[in-house]
Write a protein that binds this ligand. Structure first.
Ligand code: SF4
Length: 1023
């Protein structure tokens, strides 16, 4: 049946269905109407219901191509079991492996490649080619012996391999007693059904004109199937003219052609209105650009929402149920619509299925696979334990998120990088209530035993006890997936874990139904995989094979989301042909989407495929343009077309199909500019004055609360905490924890005060909010652990040196010092992993290319003439000290730890601060000068005499110089120490005033700052 356009197309289908004599006579077998996809079926059902009042349970059955085969299969007398897609693929994997034995292949046989092989086989068979003929045609096309042409020889080998695999596949399918689509076709033609379908109405074109169309073999089976009395094919003039007409006559010679006017009548009770819609163009659009160009897909939907609202304001809007947004591919429009249209209070309906892989529950399955693949590394393990989809128990109690967070930190502190055995070891040393808190994972020096630090670790390990036990149990349960075992066993194991740990759903939760369906879909997929592999092919799998197969199986599944029952229709271009709409907006007309790109054949170039009857690109393009032209004129009132320029972050070009628009010969109407009205909820809230009437009751309560709060300019939003001192904070800030109060109380930690000078907000985040750095898993130690390790090594060396009776390091005993240092270093390195040990050895002992840290330390001492009488290592300085300020001396309680304090024979001392990185800016430094002041005060009367700081230095392991003095001349000493004391007093005063602005001393500090995510650093400068 030849119809002029999509209006005629819908009328013709309506007429064919409504006038069906079988229906009127109450035939037992309903006729089938074949449509391209499920969304199209739902559009057609709706269209028929509105026009002829067809009852979906009585009228014609609307089916896709696959569903047509299902129905025909069910009508056979003794139908053989039908293989599903997974079974076919598993059989194909087996046959491909068998066929590859002994064959020279230019490619590796991966699961994805076998899936392509099966797709190619299906395509061949659907084009009525058989395997021997395929082999013959390709061999002929490659021509002669071609001994000298290595490329041709490779293709010949590949063809032999494919033919062998396809034959083997056919044999196995026959032996299984079941059937696939191709065997089914043979049965349908050979065996008359006791209850045959008498009529089929085909409303799709062939696979050349339509990716979801019928194939030669389908038309052939419909033409020859016993009992089928009538086969109607409905197509528009444009599609027939693109080549479909000629192909149809070749496949179905003698087919009778009728025009729509012979059967179709305008639909019941509805005025068809003008035959062609008007094309809506932007205000002031050029005549050669009658489309809208937006920034991206989201902006397209935003623009359409604005237009719908503008039409409503001037009473010119089509009913939402008769408005459609049409795209080529549902994604990402379906996701974007969920964010844009509800925000404009425009309801919408969807008809396309979404990928199951995009459901949150599929991500939960991925967490399980990832945890095993990563050998239960800290991050994937914690992500699995934290997943809200699962529940993990210890002693019948679900472990809490707090416990998992504590485990996360504790594993990071122990430098756990994965491995279930190591996890077991850690758990074994985790004595409940008496955590192994003072040893680092690398067996290095004790953790600083500061009271606060000690308390923190004790609590963390206690909190983590439940989670560590759950983690061990989880790892034991899943670890076998990493070992080689038959595929069916591996999938069954995964399924057991899935069933055993899914969190029970709360029926009151609005997302519960969707989650339930997602879980059921995944369960069904895993269960099918296990049984299909057990039945057809059960190779040994390790986790990589399992993860690949499971992910592929989930990616193949789709998932129909719940859609509202009314609103704007979001449909793909194939379904849009069946919808009766007043206004249609065609979106996303970019080169990557329109026309749809055919799937590339990975086995043969187009020239060889032509020999197998593959269509040419010209034929496909002609059909795609014909569909586009039909779609342009498919609405009753108005059509709008839009393209965009940015897809994610990539520039894209408009589709060349836009050049076809003039061929549609639509009248052009420029839209008036849309007035700047508020359309979206965010606009209602963000434009002054806020309009709360757009909000629902709950949101309105919240918005009222937000509007009544203090202004954003208030100092507390800019790093100011008016009552920050401990005594005041307690009353004013009940949320500031007890520990934060302790941190504000005396004594002040000098290193913390230096953090304040780096950036006051960083100090606030670290010491008042008590935020922890985000742990980072590294193969080697992070700078903090590295610093602790190096300090410990030097402490151990100098302790050993002094215990052995040595004092100063001089040029005479330098070799002795080197030997002892090497010994200490080697012992310390024993606790490190081999690779890391190598790195640290080079850093400490040096290499032929550069001296190590030890050498720098020893040379510094050996080059100085005055001998050391005592060495104070990791020397604590704590108590009340007198700090000289411009306003007079102040007694301030401080605490700190000097890395090394050498007391010299002449009554002076040398203060040393090891720096693994660069030395700090001396004009800003606090630790070294303040420790100098404190040390002089604490050492008064030590060994019965006074001590003065003669030298203070950084031993820096980065930068141009190893030894960096705090002051190089004696007359600088007083100024440096005076300035530092004033800086200290000023810093304490700023803290007491509650000033914590995010003002780093250098904006580049923000690049690596671990508190960046909680910091309003937007006004510290352009970083
Ligand atoms: S991100 Fe920058 S401004 Fe913010 S706390 Fe860190 S260093 Fe300071």
């Amino acid at each position: 049946m030849r119809v002029p356009d999509l209006h005629g197309f819908r009328d013709a289908i309506t007429a064919l269905c409504g006038a069906d004599p079988g229906l009127r006579a109450g035939a037992r077998v309903r006729p089938y109407v074949v449509v391209p996809n499920r969304a199209a079926a739902r559009q057609l059902e709706r269209c028929l219901a509105s026009r002829v009042g067809a009852d979906p349970g009585v009228g014609p059955e609307i089916v896709t191509r696959d569903e047509l085969y299902d129905r025909l299969h069910a009508r056979l007398e003794n139908p053989p079991r039908r293989l599903n897609a997974l079974e076919r693929e598993v059989i194909a994997q087996r046959t491909a492996r068998d066929a590859a034995k002994g064959a020279e292949l230019a490619f590796r046989l991966r699961p994805g490649l076998v899936a392509e092989m099966l797709r190619f086989y299906d395509q061949l068979r659907r084009q009525s080619q058989h395997v021997p003929r395929f082999e013959e045609l390709i061999t002929d096309a490659l021509g002669g012996d071609g001994d000298l042409d290595r490329g041709a020889e490779r293709l010949r080998q590949q063809t032999r391999f494919l033919a062998r695999a396809f034959r083997e596949y056919e044999r196995r399918v026959r032996e299984s007693g079941a059937c696939d689509e191709h065997l089914l076709r043979d049965r349908l033609v050979a065996e008359p059904s006791a209850d045959p379908v008498q009529r089929v109405i085909v409303t799709v074109a062939d696979w050349i004109a339509d990716a979801d169309g019928l194939y030669v073999a389908d038309f052939d089976v419909l033409a020859r199937m016993p009992g089928l009395e009538s086969l109607d094919i409905v197509a528009t003039e444009a599609i027939l003219g693109s080549g479909f007409h000629e192909r149809l006559h070749n496949w179905l010679p003698g087919i009778e052609e009728v025009s729509a006017a012979d059967v179709a009548r305008p639909c019941n009770g509805r005025d068809r209105g003008p035959e062609r819609p008007a094309l809506q163009v932007p205000p002031g659009a050029e005549s050669d650009e009658p489309w809208w160009t937006l920034r991206d897909r989201e902006e397209e939907l935003v623009s359409i929402a604005r237009q719908i609202k503008a039409d409503r304001r001037c009473a010119d809007a089509a009913p939402l149920d008769r408005t459609a947004i049409v795209f080529k591919h549902p994604l990402p429009y379906l996701y974007l619509a969920a964010e844009t249209l509800p925000a404009a209070r425009i309801p919408y309906r969807t008809f396309d299925a979404l990928p199951l892989a995009a459901e949150p529950i599929a991500a939960a399955l991925d967490l399980v696979l990832e945890a095993v693949s990563a050998s239960f590394g800290r991050e994937p393990l914690v992500a699995l334990l934290r997943s809200p989809h699962f529940v993990f128990r210890r002693d019948d109690h679900a472990i809490t998120r707090e416990s998992v967070s504590a485990l996360d930190r504790a594993l990071s502190d122990r430098r756990y990088l994965g491995d279930p055995n190591r996890l077991e070891q850690i758990a074994a040393s985790w004595r409940e209530g008496r955590p192994d808190r003072l040893r680092q994972g690398y067996g290095g020096p004790p953790k600083p035993s500061a009271k606060v630090e000690g308390l923190r670790y004790e609590n963390r390990d206690d909190a983590a006890t439940a989670a560590v036990q759950a983690a061990v149990a989880l790892a034991r349960e899943l670890a076998p997936l990493a070992e080689s075992a038959p595929a069916s066993q591996q999938v069954t194991r995964l399924l057991a874990f899935w069933d055993g740990h899914l969190r029970p759903l709360d029926d009151a939760d609005p997302l519960s139904a969707r989650e339930q369906r997602g879980r059921a879909a995944i369960r069904q997929t895993l269960s099918a995989m296990a049984s299909v592999h057990a039945a057809h092919d059960d190779p040994d799998w390790i986790i990589d094979d399992l993860a690949l197969a499971v992910r592929r199986a989930v990616e193949e599944q789709t998932f129909e989301p719940e859609s509202s029952a009314a609103g704007v229709h979001l449909v793909d271009d194939r379904a849009a042909r069946y919808g009766d709409f007043d206004d249609v907006a065609i979106v996303g007309v970019v080169e990557t989407d329109w026309p749809e790109r055919p799937r590339r054949n990975i086995f043969y170039p187009p020239a060889l495929l032509k020999a197998l009857g593959w269509p040419s690109e010209r034929e496909r393009r002609a059909a795609a343009d014909a569909h586009f032209l039909d779609l342009l004129a498919g609405a009753r009132r108005r059509t709008l077309i839009s393209t965009f320029t940015l897809d994610e972050d990539a520039l894209v070009s408009r589709s060349t199909q836009l050049d076809e628009i003039p061929r549609a010969r639509l009248s052009v109407v420029a839209r008036p500019a849309v007035a700047g009205a508020r359309v979206f909820v965010d606009e209602a809230l963000s434009l002054e004055p806020p309009a709360l009437s757009a909000l629902d009751a709950d949101a309105r309560i919240w918005a009222d609360l937000r509007l009544s709060r203090s202004a954003a300019e208030q100092p507390q939003f800019h790093g100011s905490l008016p009552k920050a001192t401990a005594e005041l904070a307690e009353a004013a800030e009940p949320n500031v924890s007890q520990r934060a109060l302790r941190a504000l109380r005396l004594p002040f930690s000098v290193s913390a005060l230096e953090t304040y000078l780096d950036c006051p907000f960083k100090f606030f985040a670290q010491h008042l909010l008590e935020l922890d750095d985000e742990p980072d898993d590294e193969e080697v130690m992070d700078p903090r652990h590295q610093g602790q390790f190096v300090h410990a090594v030097f402490e151990q060396f100098f302790t050993a040196w002094q215990t052995a009776g040595h004092r100063a390091i001089t040029s005479e005993n330098l070799d002795l010092a080197r030997a002892l240092f090497t010994d200490v270093v080697d012992r310390a390195l024993d606790a490190l992993p081999e690779a890391e040990g190598g790195l640290e050895r080079t850093r400490l002992l040096g290499s032929p290319a550069a001296a190590g840290l030890g050498e720098a330390v020893f040379r510094m001492e050996a080059e100085r003439p005055v001998a050391v009488v005592e060495r104070l290592l990791e020397h604590r300085l704590e108590g009340v000290f007198t700090i000289a300020t411009a306003a007079g001396p102040r007694a301030i309680a401080l605490k700190g730890k000097a890395d090394r304090l050498d007391l010299l024979e002449d009554g002076t001392c040398r203060l040393i601060d090891y720096k693994l990185g660069w030395p700090p800016d001396k004009s800003r430094a606090l630790q070294l000068p303040i420790y100098s002041v404190c040390a002089e005060q604490r050492l008064a009367n030590h060994r019965g005499r006074e001590w003065t700081i003669g030298e203070a230095m950084y031993l820096a392991f980065k930068g141009p110089r190893r030894v960096v003095p705090l002051f190089s001349k004696a007359d600088q000493r007083a100024k440096v120490l005076t300035d530092a004391q004033q800086r200290l007093a000023d810093t304490i005063d700023s803290i007491a005033r509650g000033e914590f602005p995010p003002t780093p001393d250098d904006v580049w500090r923000c690049e690596t700052c671990t508190f960046a995510s909680v910091c309003r650093k937007d006004y510290v400068g352009d970083v």
